[in-house]
Write a protein that binds this ligand. Structure first.
Ligand SMILES: NC(=O)C1=CN([C@@H]2O[C@H](COP(=O)(O)OP(=O)(O)OC[C@H]3O[C@@H](n4cnc5c(N)ncnc54)[C@H](OP(=O)(O)O)[C@@H]3O)[C@@H](O)[C@H]2O)C=CC1
Ligand SMILES: O=C(O)[C@@H]1CCC=N1
Length: 264
C-alpha cells in the first residue's frame, strides 16, 4: 500500500510516526506535501520520508490519500489536486468539521471518501480514531482503512454526527490532559519535587488510571471512590476540585469544542 499525505503538520506527523514505528509500511511507501519548503525539509529530516511542496506529487501514486490540512485550507487544496485523483483511490480526511457531503461536492461524484477524527497520541501508537465512510467505500476498503488506522491505536466507525463529538472527546482532549498533567506537576514542584520527576509521576498516574477505565470496565466514579480513604488525603483534593468547578469546566470545554467544530 502507498499513502500520500496532503499537509504534514502535527497530526499527520503523529500518524506517520505511529505507522513507521509499527513497521507496517516502509518510509518509501509514504509521501507527503506541505505549503512551505521549510516544513517539507523538517518532515524529511524528522520522518525520513519524501516530502514536497507539490501537492499533486504527493497523491499521484497513492492508494490512500490523507487530507491533512487545516479545515480552512481544504477547499483550495482539493481544487488543486482533484484532477489527479482517480475513483479507485481512497481519500481519508482528518479535517475537523468538514462534512462528507461537503467533501463529495468538492471532489466531485464517485469518489471514495472516509471522514475520520484521529488524535496526536497516534505518535506513540495509542491514538483513537473515529471513522465514517461515504457510500462509495466498500466494506473491504473500510476494513483495510481500519487496519491502517488501528496500526497507531484504536479505531471505530461512528455516525457522522458523533464524529464532531469524537473531535472533542478524543481529538482535542489530549490538550486538556496535558494541561492537567502540567498543573499536577506544578503543584508537586511547589511542594518540593524535582520537575522532571513530577512530570513522570503525574503522567504515569494518568496513564495507569486511563488503563484502569479501559481494562476493568468499572465506572470511573467507583474507581475514584477506591482512591478516597475515609478521612484520608484524596477526598480533601476532590473537595477542592468540586469547589473550583472542575467537572463542569471539563464538560463545558468539550461542548465548546463541538460548538466550534460546527462553525468550521
Ligand atoms: N492537531 C490535532 O491534534 C488534530 C488535528 N486534526 C485535523 O488535522 C488537520 C491538520 O491539523 P494540524 O496537523 O494540527 O495542523 P498543522 O498546522 O500542524 O499542519 C497543517 C499542515 O498543512 C500544511 N498546509 C497548509 N496549507 C497547505 C497547502 N496549500 N498545501 C499543502 N499543505 C498545506 C502545512 O504546511 P506548512 O507547515 O508548510 O504551512 C502543514 O504541514 C486539521 O484539519 C485538523 O482539524 C484532527 C485531529 C487532531
Ligand atoms: O484543534 C483542532 O482544531 C484540531 C481538531 C481536533 C484536535 N485538534
Amino acid at each position: 500500500m502507498k499513502i500520500g499525505f496532503v499537509g504534514c503538520g502535527n497530526m499527520a506527523t503523529a500518524i506517520i510516526g505511529g505507522i513507521l514505528e509499527k513497521g507496517i509500511l516502509k518510509k518509501e511507501d509514504i509521501k507527503a506535501s506541505t505549503k512551505t519548503e521549510n516544513s517539507a525539509k523538517k518532515v524529511q529530516e524528522t520522518l525520513g520520508i519524501e516530502c514536497t511542496t507539490d501537492n499533486k506529487k504527493a497523491v499521484q501514486d497513492a492508494d490512500v490519500i490523507f487530507l491533512a490540512v487545516k479545515p480552512q485550507f481544504c477547499e483550495e487544496v482539493i481544487q488543486e489536486i482533484k484532477s489527479e485523483i482517480k475513483s479507485e483511490q481512497v481519500i481519508i480526511s482528518i479535517a475537523a468539521g468538514k462534512k462528507l457531503e461537503w467533501l463529495e461536492a468538492q471532489f466531485g461524484a464517485g469518489h471514495k471518501i472516509i471522514r475520520t477524527m484521529p488524535n496526536t497520541p497516534a505518535l506513540v501508537g495509542e491514538g483513537i480514531t473515529g471513522v465514517c465512510p461515504n457510500k462509495e467505500v466498500t466494506e473491504r476498503e473500510l476494513e483495510d482503512a481500519l487496519v491502517l488506522l488501528r496500526s497507531f491505536g484504536r479505531a471505530d466507525t461512528v455516525t457522522e454526527k458523533i464524529l464532531d463529538v469524537v473531535g472533542a472527546v478524543s481529538g482535542s482532549s489530549p490538550a486538556f490532559v496535558f494541561m492537567f498533567i502540567e498543573a499536577m506537576a506544578d503543584g508537586a514542584v511547589a511542594e518540593g519535587m524535582p520537575r522532571k520527576q513530577a512530570y513522570e509521576f503525574a503522567a504515569q498516574a494518568v496513564y495507569g488510571s486511563a488503563k484502569m477505565v479501559l481494562e476493568t470496565g468499572m465506572h470511573p466514579g467507583e474507581l475514584k471512590d477506591m482512591v478516597c480513604s475515609p478521612a484520608g488525603t484524596t477526598i480533601e483534593g476532590v473537595g477542592v476540585l468540586e469547589e473550583r468547578g472542575m467537572r463542569s469546566a471539563v464538560s463545558e470545554s468539550i461542548r465548546a469544542c463541538v460548538k466550534k467544530t460546527k462553525q468550521l
